[in-house]
Design a binder for this molecule. Sequence first.
Ligand code: ISL
Ligand code: CA
Length: 535
Amino acid sequence: MLPWWKDRVVYQIYPRSFCDANGDGIGDIAGILSKLDVLRELGVGILWLSPMYPSPNEDNGYDISNYCDIHPDFGTLADMDALIAEARSRDIRIIMDLVINHTSSQHPWFAKSCRGEEPYRDYYIWRDGKNGRPPNNWTGFFGGSAWEWNEQRGQYYLHLFAKGQPDLNYDNPAVIDEVKKLMRFWLDRGIAGFRCDVINILHKTSLKNGFPLPALTGSEHYLSQPGTHRILQELYRDVLSQYDCFTVGETVLVTPRIANELTRQDPGELTMVFSFEHMDADCFLLKWFPRKFRPKRLFRALVKWQEQVPWNTVYLENHDQPRSVSRFGDPAYPSESAKALAVLVLTLRGTAFVFEGEELGMTNMPFGSMDDVRDVESHNVYALTERLHLPKKYRWNMILKKSRDNARTPMQWNDSSNAGFSAGEPWIGVNPNYHEINFEKEYVDPQSVWRFYQKLIALRNASDVLKQGSFRLLSMTGSVLVYERALEGETLAVAVNLSRRSRRIALTGDVVLSTHGRCALDGTLLPYEACIVRR
Ligand code: ISL
Ligand code: CA
């Protein structure tokens, strides 16, 4: 029997942008509750909720000021309990975001640490400066020095993300004890696991200068270090192994070898990880330098991870990534390309993750100016590239193509004002294409992207070969990928064409599901056609 987390499709909710029930412009728990039946109909069995904890929202909840409560914007702890119970009654489990590399600078621990109060003095990574400069040359994920001066303490603190996200000090056992407590707090309330934010950078082996790199200088001192493996093993042994739960690690800059180490069984660490190699198919250098999308780059990365990691996650979108149909699809074939990408996500081997709106074919946002952009990362990068004298047009193009806010515009529920997301003024603008792309319209259209996701998820839920079958590459050309999934004598082949041209393929058999509704393959795939064939 497959464990349930390998058996079910996961749906990621970005709560701020999902559904606003009380009209304050921010999505909330009551909004999620109102959509549980629709999610059940879609066929997903696990929800991953991005952070809903109290937070000053410098990084939309990834800066947590209290781990054991719910932000009033989203509701109350009682609302969260109700959500867990209501989801359960529909056979949907919930995992939460575990953000423990850093807290918010508004967390009471940090305030006390600034004052040097025990036992919080060494909860964070504090160092003296060097001749009035930061302690080392490290740079952070959002650009610029990873150190910030604190007047009160008279020292610098390390923050690998925004200034308001000081890194916790994992050399301090008291910090690990706090983490165990907060994990139990949520597991005891009935959640089914965690998506673990940047979990492979917890332990910093040394604070020496880093090898100068174009980005993330210093990272060789903290990426997937032995100290991090030890912490993950301890969390597994003392907490996770005592619950019926799973973890998915968000692991930055990992190779298949490292992913296999992080997910080994004995001693246990994580259940599965998110890798990012396939996210570089249209960019490089931590995404900020766009390059032309080539399907083969995407295929190659996906296949490499299929072949080298026994059980991985499969995804094309999350709250940090621009919309997949805008990156890997085609505006001339919006519905076809969204469906072809869906076939990839739901027929490769591994736990499939669908991000809110992906199942509608939602697209990137035509932002007008930086005033429309909310994300701290985008603002930091826009300012930094100005200091580096990059041309304005180039900088703006970077934001349009790569801003995380592309994924964070409100969910498009219907054709009414604000796409039915909120009766008030949404915290971030709604994509004007909601008249064409919205849930209610797609729900009644048998040919829609939503209906296709529903069919595909149903097929997967009912198919042992799609869930647990082996993966074998059959062929890979510039724009067509063909592979096979096999289990105990049953074989399905999948062919995906990510191009505007018809392509010939050597594949025959009865069509189980096709993006174009065809029943038999005749040796040709139409533009952006994908087919699942019984062999
Ligand atoms: O989003 C990225 C690039 O645009 C990544 O570098 C991202 O910052 C990295 O994957 C870590 O992401 C996670 O931790 C961040 C938070 O801002 C992201 O939303 C979260 O997914 C800090 O907590
Ligand atoms: Ca609200």
